[in-house]
Design a binder for this molecule. Structure first.
Ligand SMILES: Cc1ncc(COP(=O)(O)O)c(C=O)c1O
Length: 403
């Protein structure tokens, strides 16, 4: 499948310049049709009949198989989820903590995950420490230096009672990639063997993830960002120790080995695989949508080829933005991923920029804390879109400054 046909199959990309893949990726028509067709099949077979169960079981198995291939792990370590947040939080809340345990969380985590960790700390009387990675500004050319600094920061901030480290694989605000495998190695050497929770919202289908996914204890992602999948379906990869040591928090029939009534006293009612963190009825047709998008991506090119293309595009955008007076890029060299964040000197309300570009059908977003502008490029981004974004920003700044 060529670039053109992949992009041509995505209606959302036909009438706008779209740079918000890190917020939500657009859905190809083929995947939308797969969802509709799955919904029709379910109605024709069921929806609640013995005829429909094999179809549903196959949809689940097929989706987990595709996901587990991307993750490089056995499907039994995968739990399907609704989104990144539930993938992080459901296994997290079931981990065994002791009074006074230390939780190390980076200063680049998403507000939902931060809030969950804070609430957990309050309920279980845990201490929270902050891993300062926001300040890392080297681009791709100094990737090894960045990795070394992150490892030093980890060493400096681990305590003897650290029980959990929370860090995204790809930081949603700076676009930096974190050395998850190396960090996991370090944590395994620590006497307390802290768990490693990785928010993979920005890494799944954006960069190769096999090593990180295999090493993390909880590696949670969604199909609706870089995978061009539908919203409402994600997954989490779990380590074998999390499957053993974390009990489900939100419990429903899907978590159970067998559905038993009140009179049965089963001491180990939950599945020993990823299903222990799945809850109850969910939207089956979304599986067909995600499967379709994952297959389209796989047919398009390998994950290394895709990242190569993304990095080429993001370095072009970075170079062009770097030429514009008053634009302050967050990284001081072309980024290692498709995320480019920046601010504009003298513009106090970046929403104004988003609104202005939106009127021209060019879509970027504002991040909170720090209030940066973020543009994402993906394999469906083209040079014309990049040029038009740069021209629109340049014009906006010139008009503002001439007033
Ligand atoms: C890094 C990161 N984590 C978590 C989330 C929340 O994702 P979800 O709505 O799928 O839970 C986002 C969404 O933008 C994100 O960028």
């Amino acid at each position: 499948m060529s670039d053109i046909s992949f992009k041509d199959n995505i209606p959302a990309l036909q009438n706008k310049h779209y740079f918000n893949y890190g917020g939500q990726g657009p859905l190809p028509t083929r995947s939308l049709n797969a969802i509709t067709s799955s919904w029709q099949t379910i109605q024709q077979l069921g929806p609640f009949t013995t005829d429909v169960w094999p179809y549903i079981a196959n949809e689940i198995i097929g989706t987990k198989k595709l996901i587990s291939e991307i993750c490089g792990i056995h499907p039994r370590r995968i739990a399907l989820s609704e989104n990144v947040s539930s993938g992080c939080v459901l296994p997290l809340l079931g981990l065994p903590f002791s009074d006074g345990d230390h939780v190390l969380i980076s200063d680049c985590e998403h507000p939902g995950i931060v809030a969950a960790c804070k609430e957990l700390a309050q309920r279980k009387n845990l201490k929270i420490g902050i891993l300062p990675v926001l300040k890392l500004q080297n681009g791709y050319d100094k990737k090894d230096e960045t990795y070394k600094t992150v490892l030093t920061l980890i060493e400096q901030n681990l305590q003897k009672d650290t029980k959990l480290v929370v860090l995204s694989h790809l930081l949603w605000n700076t676009g930096q990639i974190m050395p998850i495998e190396l960090i996991s190695k370090k944590l395994k050497e620590h006497a307390n063997k802290p768990y490693l929770l990785v928010d993979a919202a920005q890494s799944f289908c954006h960069i190769p993830i096999k090593g990180a996914c295999n090493e993390a204890d909880i590696y949670a992602f969604t199909g609706h960002k870089w995978a061009y999948g539908p919203e409402g379906l994600g997954a989490v990869a779990l380590s074998t120790r999390v499957l053993k040591e974390s009990n489900p928090t939100l419990i429903g029939w899907k978590s159970l080995k067998t559905e038993e009534g009140i009179h049965i006293n089963n001491k180990t009612p939950f599945h020993s695989d990823g299903r222990r963190f799945e809850i109850a009825t969910s939207c089956v047709p979304l599986l067909a949508g995600l499967k379709s998008s994952l297959k389209m991506l796989k047919n398009e090119s390998s994950e290394t080829e895709r990242l190569f293309k993304i990095k080429k595009l993001s370095s072009i955008l970075w170079e062009k933005l770097n030429q514009i007076k008053h634009i302050e890029l967050v990284l001081n060299n072309p980024p290692p991923s498709g995320i480019i964040s920046f601010s504009i000197k003298g513009i106090n309300d970046p929403e104004e920029v988003v609104k202005h570009l939106g009127q021209k059908k060019i879509w970027i977003r504002v991040l909170e804390d720090p209030k940066w502008l973020r543009a994402c490029v993906h394999i469906t981004t083209d040079l014309n879109e990049i040029d038009n974004l740069v021209i629109a920003l340049d014009n906006f700044i010139s008009t503002k400054k001439s007033r």
